[in-house]
Write a protein that binds this ligand. Structure first.
Ligand SMILES: [Zn+2]
Ligand SMILES: [Zn+2]
Length: 276
């Protein structure tokens, strides 16, 4: 009988250990990770923090926010989505806190791109906005106690990360590019009001490199079939790895790219992490 008791106690103990291990496991990094090379060897991590294309456990809303972490652990947030709360919560789910963010880049003045900025109130961060952006956007940045940096020409922020200077949509809009040696540019766009091909072309010209990945809103929802077909084939021709159309790219563009150029199509959504 004592032997049976000790076996029972051991079983109960083992169960308790298993349950507590499960409950205490970190809930972050529950992301969809895509790797373009060995995990141990990547130099840039790109994470979609806010998007209107959903994924398990992440809140989905109309807007975009993308985080870039360089090999030297510098973290740049490109756009903020419309909501401070969703930005904060989705960052936490990806394993980042607000204090991890070193710089913020705002593509353009529309609310679905800058509405979440408030989470950084009084944190003194540098916020890069297009030189010709509205006074309302610039005043908003300053009113939050943040450091306004106006960008006209393409500018290096830190490490291999660049703001691609403003182009006219309307409105004036800038993009972000990471120059990954041996691969090419990872280009991230907000809404692409000036046209996705114009932005990619400018990034390549200014940084003397080829596009490896293009990710973001391509502003093609509701565009004609012939227009999206033309843009899809041009992008598929010049982008050497993958194209991730999210936010305002439109379902029509996503499906056409996926059907005609499946090897170049990336299924983008909130919670996606790409390691390059
Ligand atoms: Zn916009
Ligand atoms: Zn937008």
């Amino acid at each position: 009988m004592p032997k049976l008791y000790s076996i029972l106690i051991i079983i109960v103990l083992l169960l308790a250990i298993a349950i507590s291990t499960y409950l205490l496991a970190p809930t972050q990094h529950k992301a969809n990770v895509e790797e373009t090379q060995e995990t141990t060897n990547y130099t840039v991590e790109v994470a979609v923090v806010v998007d209107n294309y959903g994924f398990n456990g992440y809140e989905t809303t109309w807007g975009i926010s993308v985080l870039v972490e360089t090999g030297n652990n510098h973290t740049i947030l490109f756009d903020t989505g419309p909501s401070p709360r969703i930005l904060r919560e989705n960052l936490a789910k990806l394993g980042y806190s607000l204090s991890d963010i070193d710089y913020v880049v705002i593509s353009h003045e529309h609310h679905d791109h800058c509405g979440g900025l408030e989470v950084f109130r009084n944190m003194g961060l540098r916020v890069y906005v297009p030189l010709k952006a509205s006074k309302a956007l610039k005043d908003y940045v300053k009113s939050l106690g943040l450091t306004l940096v106006e960008v006209n020409d393409t500018l290096n922020i830190i490490d291999n990360v660049y703001v691609i200077g403003e182009l006219y949509g309307p409105p004036w809009e800038q993009a972000l590019a990471v120059n990954v040696s041996g691969k090419g540019l990872v280009i991230i766009v907000g809404c692409a009001h000036p046209g996705i091909l114009s932005i990619v072309k400018k990034a390549c010209k200014d940084l003397h490199a080829k596009p490896y990945i293009v990710l973001g809103g391509f502003h093609l929802a509701g565009a004609s079939e012939s227009k999206i077909a033309k843009i899809a084939s041009k992008l598929a021709e010049i982008v050497t790895y993958k194209i991730y159309p999210i936010h305002c790219s439109g379902d029509g563009f996503r499906r056409l790219l996926e059907n005609r150029f499946p090897e170049k199509y990336g299924d983008g959504h909130v919670g996606l992490v790409i390691r390059v």
